[in-house]
Ligand binder design. Structure first.
Ligand code: PLP
Length: 448
């Protein structure tokens, strides 16, 4: 049957009608019919400080009155300089140098290119593979997708992709090794060493991982010491460690960066999403001094870049977002509100058998759904459990994010609940109330 497409905009689903947004204030979005939605997922885990923040709007206007665009090969700007300095002050260890891009995919791909260049500058030209984990998402462009272990998103483009995903995820709820922490002795991290032996350290530039797995599984949080072990292995075999902080960075998990929960300093970090809190497209790759020193002593230039890289407009906006987070001590609030949210989600788990797991850190929380809680059997994909819950929540005035692997045999059905950092105690109660109601409606339907 032919689908009638009413608009010229290509939307995620061509046969679906989407509401038209009118405006946003704080944690609420309003459509043109006047309906309010509580933004329980900050859009795509992006609108970290909520909507309509006046100091960001002022910074936007002030910069636009000076200059919005300059080309990075011709000028630097106060906004870009100040933003890079601030990012370096938030980042752990010697992660001091910032390469600006426009999306998370560009940020992870730039990290991959910098890692390869770092070894090339030292004559180690064979080191050009990037190892990664299954059940991961690092972006949609072909380099970023090559690093992503998200089967559904890879599927269509397999002939164009590198076979990078090489190790199992630290997925304790369904341990890929059938083991339990801590007696497993971190088999999932140790597997990296086996992959290095198989592929050869001389062929590997870096290992990339999301500190907490986001879009492909719903806030899967590795056990204590996981990243310490990963970093040890990387160092032993001279392999760089890239933390993909696109979703977990800039305060989302209750610390400046997700990896800070493990106290590990990566060699490279990719940022995006919450870096500008959605006020403008902005992303970045942060590199350690050690890496930049090698490139500065060699070819002196990083072989990458985009027209809009480091544009003063987006830099001024991102700087205003970071200042707002500092001025309102929002990272501390993430920790506090995160505890309330996870407790609320756990209470819902007591009520609904279809919730198999609740997990996450700070305001990056996830829920996984199962057909049978005892056996952890997932729902078959054709039942569209995640999508149906999202639809019900949206009808009831709540936005939540799909983190379903989207294919039988993967993580199964999962959502992310990740509201803006400014959410109040009462607003979290409202979010939980609507989620409860939506889960109730879904559970009833699934029983029939
Ligand atoms: N890395 C992670 C961890 C992500 O979650 C995403 C997006 O969801 C990306 C990279 C890609 O970012 P973008 O959609 O801005 O290209």
């Amino acid at each position: 049957m032919r689908v009638k497409i009413k608009s010229h905009v290509i939307k995620p689903l061509l046969d679906k009608e989407y509401p038209t947004v009118s405006h946003g204030r704080g944690v609420y979005l309003y459509d043109t019919e006047g309906k309010a939605y509580i933004d329980g997922c900050s859009g795509a885990i992006t609108a970290n400080i909520g909507h309509g923040v006046q100091s960001v709007i002022d910074a936007m206007k002030e910069q636009a009155q000076k200059v919005s665009f300059t080309y990075r090969s011709q000028f630097t700007s106060d906004a870009a300089e100040e933003l890079a300095t601030k990012l370096a002050s938030w980042a752990p260890g010697d992660l001091d140098y910032v390469f600006f891009v426009n999306s998370g995919s560009e940020a992870t791909e730039t990290a991959m290119k910098i890692a390869i260049q770092y070894w090339q500058e030292q004559g180690r030209t064979g080191k050009n593979k990037i190892l990664s984990r299954w059940m991961s998402y690092h972006g949609i462009t072909l380099g970023a997708l090559s690093m992503s272990g998200h089967i559904l998103r890879r599927k269509r483009f397999i002939p164009l992709l590198e076979e990078f995903p090489s190790v199992e995820p630290p997925y304790c709820y369904r341990c890929p090794f059938g083991s339990t922490y801590p007696s497993c002795d971190l088999l999932c991290a140790n597997q990296l060493e086996q992959a290095i032996h198989r592929i050869g350290a001389d062929n590997i530039a870096a290992f990339i991982a999301e500190p907490i797995i986001g879009a492909s599984a719903g806030a899967v949080t590795p056990p204590p010491y996981y990243y310490q072990r990963i970093k040890e292995i990387c160092e032993r075999y001279e392999i760089l460690f890239i933390a993909d902080e696109v979703m977990t960075g800039n305060g989302r998990t209750g610390k400046p960066f997700g990896i800070d929960h493990w106290g590990v300093v990566p060699d490279l970090m990719a940022l995006g999403k919450g870096m500008s809190a959605g006020y403008t497209p902005m992303a970045a790759t942060i590199a350690s001094k050690r890496i930049i020193d090698v490139i500065a002593a060699g070819s002196k230039s990083i072989m990458s870049g985009h027209t809009f890289s480091a544009n003063p407009q987006s830099a001024a906006v991102s700087l205003a977002v970071m200042k707002y987070i500092e001025d309102h001590r929002l990272i501390g609030k993430v920790e506090e509100r995160g505890q309330q949210l996870i407790a609320g989600l756990q209470a819902l788990m007591q009520k609904y058998e279809i919730i198999g797991d609740v997990r996450g850190k700070g305001l990056l929380c996830g829920m996984e759904f199962v057909k049978d809680r005892t056996t952890k059997e997932p729902f078959p994909f054709h039942l569209r459990v995640t999508e149906r819950l999202i639809e019900k929540a949206m009808n009831n005035g709540l936005l939540i994010y799909s983190a379903s692997g989207g294919i039988d045999g993967q993580a199964g059905d999962a959502i992310l609940v990740a509201p803006p950092f400014v959410i109040t105690e009462e607003e979290i109660n409202e979010l939980l109330f609507i989620l409860d109601r939506s889960l109730g409606e879904l559970a009833l339907e699934l029983e029939q």
